[in-house]
Design a protein around this ligand. Sequence first.
Ligand code: TXA
Ligand code: MG
Length: 344
Amino acid sequence: MKTLCLPADDMGILYGAELLKKGELVAFPTETVYGLGASALDAAAVARIFAAKGRPQDNPLIAHVPGLVEAEEFAHFTPLARDLAAAFWPGPLTLVLRRKPPIPQAVSAGLDTLALRAPSHPVARELIKASGLPIAAPSANRSGRPSPTLAQHVMEDLDGIIPLVLDGGACDLGLESTVVDARGRVPLVLRPGSVTPEMIALVSGSCHTTESVLRPLKEQESAPSPGMRHVHYAPRARMSLVEGSPENCRTLLARLAGGQEKTWVLALDGFLDGLPGVQVISLGKDEQEAARRLFYLLRAADQGGITRIYAKALPRDGLGLAVMNRLARAAGFDIINADLIEKP
Ligand code: TXA
Ligand code: MG
């Protein structure tokens, strides 16, 4: 199949909407990452998403809608879910609720719940509007690879496999949406993102975060969100996270990465200034920049033939938690505590 990569202008969006109505796949930009869309009302189209990505059949998809009114057609909204939608939609928040019949089981991989999100990116919004459909869309990467934040990343993974990529430039936020189970009275964050637990608690009074955000699931443990079972974001390089006091982290990283070829250390600006022989790659000046850059850098490491990556841990609050979740998963949860090794 020939894959067209077109600018996400009026013409491109109109063509994308036509393809979606015919049951075809279209990759499109959102404010978080690029999505790989299909009509959420068409089980055969949804099956194409799983095939194109090589996605495990048990991992459900997010349905993208214009807003709350449409979302209520597809799921049972709780008072909590309405409050969260009012506060954060359109935007990078996905709500997991009890599914209603119009959406086929294929979208939610057989679960009786459905994940819903109203994106804020103008291209995503116009594509939903022009197609008149709820759009089922996971991130537009091959399963296991870092999520795409540029149209070029989608082409790297899916060229020849899907008919159309709409190029809307770089994604603003760079990390996938916050996924929240909003079926009860207290929200439960299943996947952290740009809408932080702290922001959610301001709306709902409290907010829980599933424990397995920063550690692997145990063998017998049930996955609150099926996506947590699967390998994610893995670069080809072996990767480790390094945490501990700044002093101990610096000492350890200098020892591990100093003078090593094809080895990167990812850290926020300034942290590793003046460490000799260490190839430091900046994650940016703060968590926000780190979120925007992370997937781009993991893909760049692959292209540069990097074989070893160390990442300096970020604070685990606010947006830091979302970045840490992706770093920890990319590292297969290999987290080194410098304080235990360096003992000042
Ligand atoms: O920002 C985003 O969320 C992007 C853009 C395209 O919207 N989409 C995205 O989709 O990241 P995906 O499929 O890569 O990740 C969706 C996550 C998965 O971890 C999946 O397991 C979880 O949401 N999920 C989807 N439906 C669910 C459900 N009914 N219950 C629990 N978790 C669910
Ligand atoms: Mg994904």
